[in-house]
Design a protein around this ligand. Structure first.
Ligand SMILES: [Zn+2]
Length: 339
C-alpha cells in the first residue's frame, strides 16, 4: 500500500480536529483538519524510494501527521549533533531519566512547572556543572487510562502491583493519573564514565533529584551511557513527541488535559554545547555529517486525501524536475523510525 505510514496518522487527524475545535480559531481548525490532504513525493517507478516535495502540512504541535514528521526530523538532527560533538569535541553522552510519582490531570500544569524548576536547579549544582558540557532534554507525559489492572499493565509494572497485592482485574490505583518525566542527554567528557572522582552514580542522581524536587517519595531515576546512532533509544526518546498518540487522543477529556498542560510550553530544550551545535546544524555547518541519499528519483507521486484514504497518481518527471530532485546534496535520507 502506498503511503501506508501516512494513512493511519491522517485518519487520526479527523478525531484530533474534533477535539481541537473548541480550543482554537476556525481558521486553525480548518488548516488542522485539511493537513497533508495534498502531497507531492519524488519517487521512482517501483516507488521503492520516496522523498517529500510539497505538502499542505499544518505544523500544529497537536496534529498526528505533523508531530510524527517533526519527531523524525528531530531524531535526524539530534543524531547528527551527537555525531559531530563526538567527532569534533571528543565527548560522550549520558542518558538521564527523571521522574516523580503520578499526578492528577488538574495538577499536570503545575507539576510540569515544578519539573522545569527542579531540572534547572539540578544543572546548577556544582558537581553537575562540572561534568555537564551541554544537554538536550525532552519533557514527556504519559497517562494511565486503564480502570482495572490489565494483563499488559501487570506484566509491565509487576513489582508495583505485587507490593500492593493487586492482580489482573483489580481496580487500578493509577487510573486517570498523569506521569510527567524528563529524558535528558548530557554531554560529558569521555573520562566521565571511568573516573570515580567525576562519575555520578544512579543513587547520587536520585538523591540530588529528590533534593531539587523537594520530594522524598521519588524512587525512579535512571542514568546510563547513551549510544549515539540515529536509531539509538536515547535519541528517539528525546526526539519523539511529548505525548504518544494512544494517550493524547484517548478521549476528549484526556486531550483537553494534555492540551492545557502542554500548549505554549517549550518541550525540547537544548543547552550549552548542544545548543551551540544545534545552531551549527541550522546554519548548515554540520552538513558533512548528513547521510547522502543515493536513490535516483524519476517520478512524481501526487496524493490527495479523499474520504478516508489517499488517491495516488504517479507520473514521470519532466527533465527539469529530474535535474532538480536528483541534486544529491539536497536530498538527505530521512528514514529514521520514530514510534
Ligand atoms: Zn498537521
Amino acid at each position: 500500500m502506498v503511503l501506508e505510514k501516512f494513512t493511519p496518522k491522517k485518519d487520526l487527524n479527523r478525531r484530533a480536529a474534533n477535539y481541537m475545535e473548541k480550543h482554537v480559531s476556525v481558521k486553525t481548525v480548518l488548516r488542522f483538519e485539511t493537513c497533508s490532504s495534498f502531497m507531492l513525493h519524488a519517487t521512482n517507478a517501483e516507488m521503492s524510494a520516496r522523498k517529500m516535495v510539497i505538502s499542505n502540512r499544518c505544523g500544529n504541535r497537536f496534529c498526528p501527521v505533523c508531530t510524527w514528521g517533526t519527531a523524525k526530523k528531530d531524531a535526524i538532527k539530534l543524531s547528527i549533533i551527537l555525531e559531530a560533538i563526538r567527532d569534533i569535541e571528543d565527548k560522550e553522552f549520558l542518558f538521564l531519566t527523571l521522574t516523580a510519582p503520578n499526578c492528577t490531570g488538574e495538577e499536570l500544569g503545575s507539576e510540569i512547572d515544578r519539573f522545569n524548576k527542579a531540572v534547572n536547579k539540578l544543572f546548577q549544582r556544582r558537581n553537575v556543572k562540572k561534568i555537564a558540557k551541554g544537554y538536550a532534554r525532552k519533557l514527556e507525559v504519559t497517562t494511565d487510562q486503564e480502570q482495572y489492572v490489565t494483563e499488559e499493565l501487570y506484566k509491565r509494572k509487576k513489582p508495583y502491583y505485587d507490593r500492593r497485592s493487586l492482580n489482573v482485574g483489580d481496580p487500578n490505583p493509577t487510573y486517570n493519573s498523569y506521569h510527567p518525566h524528563l529524558h535528558i542527554l548530557v554531554t560529558v567528557n569521555k573520562s566521565y564514565f571511568n573516573k570515580p572522582e567525576q562519575f555520578i552514580s544512579k543513587a547520587e542522581w536520585l538523591a540530588m533529584w529528590r533534593e531539587c524536587m523537594e520530594d522524598d517519595s521519588i524512587t525512579q531515576v535512571d542514568a546510563k551511557k547513551a549510544s549515539v546512532t540515529g536509531k539509538s533509544n536515547a535519541v528517539l526518546e528525546i526526539a519523539k513527541y511529548s505525548a504518544k498518540g494512544s494517550d493524547l487522543y484517548h478521549s476528549e477529556i484526556v486531550f483537553d488535559t494534555f492540551y492545557t498542560a502542554l500548549k505554549k510550553r517549550q518541550l525540547l530544550v537544548y543547552g550549552g554545547m548542544m545548543k551551540d551545535y544545534a545552531k551549527l546544524f541550522k546554519n548548515g555547518d554540520l552538513d558533512k555529517y548528513k547521510k547522502v541519499d543515493e536513490d535516483e528519483y524519476t517520478h512524481m507521486l501526487r496524493s490527495v486525501w479523499k474520504a478516508s484514504k489517499y488517491e495516488n497518481v504517479l507520473r514521470k518527471f519532466t527533465p527539469e524536475e529530474y535535474e532538480n530532485y536528483n541534486q544529491r546534496a539536497l536530498l538527505i535520507e530521512e528514514n529514521n523510525e520514530v514510534r
